[in-house]
Design a protein around this ligand. Structure first.
Ligand code: NAP
Ligand code: ZN
Length: 353
């Protein structure tokens, strides 16, 4: 065991502040990484403030962060994929049971015994729960460590580990390809990655935003059209026309307004995870055999596929790099939809704490 620097919150109402945490010494199968950048996901904020208490109550202190890139500092004797000095990345999971039907088909995110990167029971008992990426070092099972394409900007790569895979996976699953009309609801961290992927897959991408000031950016990011979702007339012009809509909104909102924009057999997938239930009008679904579904991150093999795709197409997140001392301010800005389009912590700033 060794100690390392981190930022943690002591309660749902406490700000994140400097601390030290224990990490296990790497076992034979482990990779130890010096964290260089960690993205700030809205899920970090939901968890720090215990907004998902009904589904995954937060254990304090919490160290959030699951968009991690860094350099390998040490590997266990059985590790094959990595050596010291390599670039490496960790997303939302650090372990699973490796043996259940979900793990066997590469859908580790749905394993009943998945270990999430933070706030999951720690199998190794280094601490009561796992601690995430707002830290200068992390240790994980090799199988959950991803290779990073060498050509990508590192700060812009970190958000691919959650915002990237969470949007890539459902778009692949629901067949987003050339000729399809695809909607993206909410131009935040996840939404802006969905726009980039939709564009790269050749679809006609329409962004729905509550922020008129994001229109130019949406077009620059690859959208073909932008709809201000609070304008009912603009919304109605798209009735019954979408093959697929990805909803990445973090707060309560009316999903029926979007379900009505789907064509026959169209699908709306929720990746946004507001804490409270969203009412769904059944008549919006049955009339045109539409479906309403959800999706959670993606498996490890698909995450590597997504990173390699990003390497080939030079896709990274648009990031505002911040020192860790600004993370509480960044959370307040997320709540105001003031994000362009992912905050990313430069972990060098933690060294001065
Ligand atoms: P984010 O960067 O804060 O973006 C959310 C965007 O939603 C905002 O920028 C805003 O876009 C829009 N929005 C916010 N409040 C709204 C409201 N009241 N009504 C309508 N639109 C609103 O958040 P994120 O990091 O992308 O995460 C989005 C959600 O996905 C969160 O709930 C997060 O926990 C969840 N998530 C889920 C998974 C998964 O595996 N399913 C993975 C990661 C994150 P505009 O300004 O364009 O309106
Ligand atoms: Zn996330």
């Amino acid at each position: 065991m060794y100690k390392t620097k981190a930022y943690s919150a002591a309660s749902a109402t406490s700000p994140l502040a400097s601390t030290t945490i224990p990490r296990r010494a790497p076992t034979d199968r482990d990779v130890q990484i010096e964290i260089l950048y960690c993205g700030v996901c809205h899920s970090d904020l939901h968890s720090v403030r215990n907004e998902w208490s009904e589904f995954m109550p937060t254990v304090y202190p919490i160290v959030p962060g699951h968009e991690i890139v860094g350099r390998v500092t040490k590997v266990g004797s059985a590790v094959k994929k990595f050596k010291a000095g390599d670039l490496a990345a960790i997303g939302c999971m650090v372990d699973s049971d490796h043996s259940c039907p979900e793990c066997k088909v590469g859908l580790e995110q749905f394993c009943n015994n998945v270990t999430l990167t933070f706030n999951s029971p720690d199998k190794h008992e280094t601490a009561p729960v796992t601690y995430g990426g707002y830290s200068d070092s992390i240790v994980a099972d090799e199988q959950f460590v991803l290779r990073v394409p060498e050509n990508l900007n590192l700060a812009g790569t970190a958000p691919l580990l959650c915002a990237g895979i969470t949007t890539y996976s459902p778009m692949r699953h629901w067949g987003v390809t050339r000729g399809k009309k695809v909607g993206v609801v909410g131009l935040g961290g996840l939404g802006h990655m969905a726009v980039k992927f939709g564009h790269a897959f050749g679809a006609h991408v329409v962004v729905f935003t509550t922020s008129p000031g994001k229109k130019e950016d949406a077009l620059r990011l690859g959208a073909d059209e932008v709809v201000i979702s609070r304008n009912t007339n603009e919304m109605q012009q798209h009735t019954g026309s979408f093959d697929f809509i990805l909803d990445a909104v973090a707060a309560e909102h009316d999903v029926n307004a979007y379900i009505n924009l789907l064509r026959r057999d169209g699908n709306l997938t929720m990746v946004g995870a507001p804490a409270k239930p969203l009412p769904v009008a059944v008549f919006g679904l049955i009339g045109r055999r539409r479906s309403f579904s959800g999706s959670m991150i993606g498996g490890i093999a698909e995450t590597q596929e997504m990173l390699d795709f990003c390497g080939q197409h030079n896709i990274t997140a648009d990031v505002e790099v911040i020192p860790i001392q600004k993370v509480n301010e960044a959370y307040e800005r997320l709540l105001k939809s003031d994000v362009k389009y992912r905050f990313c912590i430069d972990m060098a700033s933690l060294k001065s704490e």
